[in-house]
Unconditional design. Structure first.
Length: 86
């Protein structure tokens, strides 16, 4: 029986299901996600997002998101995180 499930749901079901066939189906579904998203425009979307962010003066889309969300760039974020290791 086919059941629609998120990747989180698949991982949860894989951990808790008593049925080996269910766990295997979840595993196979999780394995197929990477190929599916790569074959259906994910890489192009990443390039477009990075291009958009660069056009606004950011290093990349991650830098844009951190800056617009937290008020400081990814360089400062990484610097702050580095201090946690010390």
């Amino acid at each position: 029986k086919f059941v629609t499930m998120s990747s989180v749901g698949l991982r949860t079901e894989m951990k808790v299901s008593k049925e080996e066939s269910n766990r295997k189906a979840c595993y196979e579904a999780l394995r197929s996600i990477g190929n599916f998203i790569c074959d259906n425009g994910f890489v192009e979307m990443v390039k477009l997002r990075n291009s958009f962010a660069k056009s606004l003066g950011y290093e990349d889309f991650y830098d844009y998101k951190v800056t617009t969300t937290e008020g400081f760039g990814k360089e400062k974020l990484f610097s702050m995180l580095d201090t946690l290791e010390q």
